[in-house]
Design a protein around this ligand. Sequence first.
Ligand SMILES: *Cc1c(COP(=O)(O)O)cnc(C)c1O
Length: 381
Amino acid sequence: MIPLAIPNLKGNERRYLSDCIDTNFVSTIGPFVSKFEQQISAASGFSETVATSSGSSALHTALLAVDVKPGDLVICPGLSFIATANAITYCQAQPWLIDIDKRSWTIDPSKVQEALTTQTFVGVDGLPVHRKTGKRVAAILPVYTLGTPADMDAIVEIASSFHVPIVADAAAALGSTYKGRNLSELGTALTIFSFNGNKTVTAGGGGAVSGNNQKIIDLVRHLTTTARVGSDYDHDRVGFNYRLTNLQAAVGCAQMESLNQYVEKKREIARFYCDAFSDLPGVRPFPKPDYANSACWFSGFVLENGDPSGLRKELRNKGIDARPFWKPLNLQLPFSDAPRANLDVSEYIWSRIVTLPCSTGISDDELGIVANSVRQLILAS
Ligand SMILES: *Cc1c(COP(=O)(O)O)cnc(C)c1O
């Protein structure tokens, strides 16, 4: 099977892992953790980064750090990985689902504006309150879908006019830019990354919270370290054991050395499929908004005039790991009663998408096999 997206471990991973064992630093203390944090800051432009055990724990602590409280709402797109909405629920808050823009598959700023304008009033602390539920809107959580930043200038303008902080889920977007600016220059309070095994660079598992405000980053670090004060088992609130280990960071450090090369490869793969299918009827490439240079985390296409599940199955029968993509959050059992706007675009994309093999280690031969198989199956249908 030509796999969908697997790790590429051809750099210094083995050497750095051996260093951990040789030095006995395998847990949350060790030189690779801070080195990894510095590499993430350097790549994204942020001044501060806290490495965490996962993208999910990064999201959880980032939301807590911007003061999301039990009973609040957090605006997020209808199309995302379930971790985005889970993290909101870990704060005992609830997602408010807004549709994506079909030109970027990221949250549609005009729909965020419309929801806030028509369905909220200004509460006592200055934050919007959702009329129907009486819940405070404590944050906006845009997702940089497929490694493409959301339309952040528009979102920041709305967020600031409603005095709502932004936490960006940039899980797979390290290496992307927006209007030529790095991720640190987009106006978010905090931005999170994931280093899960299927991301472009991985630490086996892991995540990070990045930002430019020392105080808020210190709070994130505190929350991820069991809210420990000093070294004598003093803790000033209920914190979390969310730190990354030196073992994971060792892999992460080696991976970050290849970030630019891997992101370039992801972009090449996206271009290759786009060109290979450009003449196929009803096949639309993933969106490429002008404002962004996407990190092109995943590749594939949308089958405009039908259900692609048969095609995905035939590709898998031919040894090509073609898959669906995120099921919209409103269709997930835990979030079926979350407040939501119309989510037609999210549901449409989900019902039509095919993701294709896009590991950074994929060979030209394998890309050719995938492209030819897709072409044959579609032209024969
Ligand atoms: C991968 C991913 C996450 C979750 O990260 P984990 O490290 O798996 O917890 C969250 N949001 C998005 C959009 C992702 O792609």
